[in-house]
Design a protein around this ligand. Structure first.
Ligand code: B12
Length: 140
């Protein structure tokens, strides 16, 4: 059976307010880009960008992936905590996860460090084949 994966582009209220006044408030490419690496025969893919969407906290996702920058880190930890209470696994990547993997690992199930083009699909293949509650840091 296909697993459900949600990719979140997070944005806390302060940054959202700030960005809406900026000229360069174009869509962030990271999570749509990483979605392109997901095998659609194995995963149903959902995307939320908090720039203009609200997150619905549901336990129907098997895994939620979040790109974490430093300005959004605390907000990402709150999102993670809500999903984890529902039993959903969380994977973090992005600049803050790469800079401070030990810190972010307290708030998620998996951390992926650095560029994701190779490690992200590798992680998804491992995740699909194991139900183990394993914690991994993938390095390239
Ligand atoms: C373009 C850009 C923007 C654009 C769009 C961002 C985008 N990604 O499309 C705009 C103008 C919107 C923007 C806004 C902001 N940005 Co900006 N931005 C960049 C920039 C120049 C390129 C990012 C990019 O698109 N790279 C291409 C994508 C594909 O790569 P990526 O995001 O790095 O993701 C790769 C890896 O990090 C990893 N990865 C990332 N997330 C995840 C998640 C998972 C699960 C996995 C497995 C892997 C993974 O895999 C990806 C592929 O290899 C970077 C600097 C840089 N050179 O990287 C700064 C940068 C990311 N921005 C930064 C900041 C601070 C901001 C703002 C807070 C600025 C502001 N005050 O408004 C906002 C935040 C917006 C938000 N929603 O939070 C900082 C973050 C620093 C930090 N410590 O976290 C950076 C690093 C610049 C810097 N050196 O300060 N930004």
């Amino acid at each position: 059976m296909k697993k459900n994966i949600l990719l979140i582009t997070p944005e806390n209220k302060e940054i959202n307010k700030f960005r809406k006044k900026q000229v360069n408030n174009f869509i962030q490419i990271t999570m749509p880009y990483l979605a392109a690496f997901i095998d659609e025969s194995k995963y149903n893919i959902f995307l939320i960008d908090e720039y203009n969407e609200k997150i619905l906290f549901k336990n129907t996702y098997d895994v939620v992936a979040i790109t974490v920058n430093t300005c959004n880190a605390n907000h990402c930890y709150e999102i993670s905590s809500k999903f984890r209470k529902l039993g959903v696994k969380i994977v973090f990547g992005g600049p803050h996860a790469t800079l401070l993997p030990e810190e972010v690992s307290k708030y998620c199930d998996y951390v992926i460090i650095g560029e994701g083009e190779i490690t992200w699909p590798q992680f998804l293949d491992i995740f699909i084949t194991t139900e183990q509650n394993l914690y991994i840091i993938v390095r390239i």
